[in-house]
Design a protein around this ligand. Structure first.
Ligand SMILES: NC(=O)c1ccc[n+]([C@@H]2O[C@H](COP(=O)([O-])OP(=O)(O)OC[C@H]3O[C@@H](n4cnc5c(N)ncnc54)[C@H](OP(=O)(O)O)[C@@H]3O)[C@@H](O)[C@H]2O)c1
Length: 263
């Protein structure tokens, strides 16, 4: 086991020895909350996204953040983004893949190939390619990877097959990567959230006439706040989770295990 680091998290603040975290999708929702939390806990943080205005906003909100504009749905773009971060900071300790796309809804029999390519490229190839590109740097720090999956990896709803398949594939990748990267001291885990109050989820809640989000789908009677998921991610990324690898932690208020009430 890797020895825990000496010193408090505050000791790392503003230090060139401070650990470095790359949060893909760190310009919104769960990724932004994670970037904020890791920054508060002493990491130097880089975020990735496609939209320049969101990147600029994240840079204003998180002083010192390194914002990288990239579409992480291809191997080439993922490798270039990781190389830019390692070049900027000289090291990488934590990779969080929090970018993702839900895709257009549609039944399996009718979905066009492009719908599959878009969602699998973004949600599965992107995290795989980013992880592979990060391995040399993570080996040097004996770092950690946390992927943001979804409970859609383990349960099905109509008309969302590419999303569920991408997230199930991400869980499988998490386990295989954990198996292959353990010899380098790299841990790989995933968090599987239920509903989280982020911009795309809020838009959906408003569309279905429930702006507060569904209250009856889990035991806790509410949706999660992004900061609650960020806490799970930050724990898995930290040395407090030094004996956890290959795990997919469900954070859904009990939605996955809740039986529907009898009529
Ligand atoms: N919200 C929920 O209820 C919920 C539940 C379970 C799982 N999740 C998962 O949590 C993750 C974050 O979702 P969220 O709700 O926080 O969404 P969000 O607020 O829309 O954030 C998504 C982030 O990903 C970036 N992104 C999207 N496609 C990208 C691409 N091809 N390349 C690079 N960056 C890209 C976005 O920036 P740009 O658009 O500027 O690229 C943004 O920063 C996703 O993987 C999602 O599947 C969410």
């Amino acid at each position: 086991m890797t020895a825990p680091r000496a010193g408090s998290q505050e000791d790392f603040m503003e230090s060139s020895d401070a650990p470095v975290a790359l949060v893909t999708g760190g310009t919104s929702g769960i990724g932004l909350a994670t970037a904020r939390l890791l920054s508060e806990r002493g990491h130097r943080v880089a975020v990735c996204g496609r939209d320049q205005r969101r990147l600029d906003r994240a840079a204003r909100e998180l002083p010192g953040v390194h914002a990288v504009r990239a579409d992480l749905s291809t191997w080439e773009a993922a490798a270039a983004a990781v190389a830019e971060v390692v070049s900027a900071f000289g090291r990488l300790d934590v990779l969080v893949t929090a970018h993702g796309a839900v895709g257009e809804p549609g039944p399996v029999a009718e979905l066009p190939a492009a719908a599959w390519d878009h969602v699998l490229g973004t949600n599965l190839i992107g995290p795989i390619a980013t992880t592979v590109a990060a391995v040399p740097a993570l080996r040097r720090t004996r770092g950690a990877v946390v992927h943001v999956g979804s409970i859609s990896a383990i349960q099905a709803t109509p008309q969302t097959a590419p999303y569920g398949v991408s997230k199930a594939g991400l869980v499988a990748f998490t386990k295989h990567a954990a198996a292959d990267l353990a010899e380098f001291g790299i841990r790989v885990n995933a968090v599987l959230p239920g509903w989280v109050r982020t911009p795309p989820a809020i838009a959906y809640f408003e569309q279905i006439g429930r702006p507060e989000g569904p209250r009856d789908g889990n035991f806790l009677g509410r949706v999660a706040e992004p900061a609650e998921i960020a806490e799970v991610i930050a724990f898995l990324a930290s040395r407090k989770a030094s004996f956890i690898t290959g795990e997919a932690v469900v954070a859904d208020g009990g939605e996955w295990i809740k039986m529907s009430d009898p009529e």
